[in-house]
Design a protein around this ligand. Sequence first.
Ligand code: SF4
Length: 171
Amino acid sequence: MRKILFENLVKGPVTEQAPAMEEASLAELATALERAARRKLGRSLSIREVDAGSCNGCELEIHALNNPFYDLERFGLRFVASPRHADVLLVTGPVTKNMQIALERTYRATPDPKWVVAVGDCALDGGLFAGGYACVGGVSAAIPVDLHIRGCPPSPVQLLKGLLALLDKAR
Ligand code: SF4
């Protein structure tokens, strides 16, 4: 035990470095998104994430937006727990048969004006899971989609750029 403790003290951390990211460009992107949301809605943007059947790879990137590295909330953008408080539904994965009705109900529960953003290649047309017995198809097979962000999975910066493009388009 002493040996392990000693080794841990003399060795450096074994965790990987955080990805290189220009703090200034991230801040610029998020600030532009926050401004666009205020112009359009008069307040900051609220996002409800819905996993309609993904492998969770897309969720990991979406969750990263809230981690200490990206820390989206410092720009006023936030994830909410209920679709009734959301402006944007961020939907991942192919739509599975088990999630289709839940997704349709979530869409109906979201107040207007609302936007649906399909995240990841699977959300476009089912991706890897297309044709599977449990797969209905892409998100547009269940609800109307305003924007699609490609990638398997898309990075947090791609997600921010997609949200900004959505608000620009809505303007
Ligand atoms: S797009 Fe890729 S990461 Fe996202 S749910 Fe599909 S397979 Fe997983």
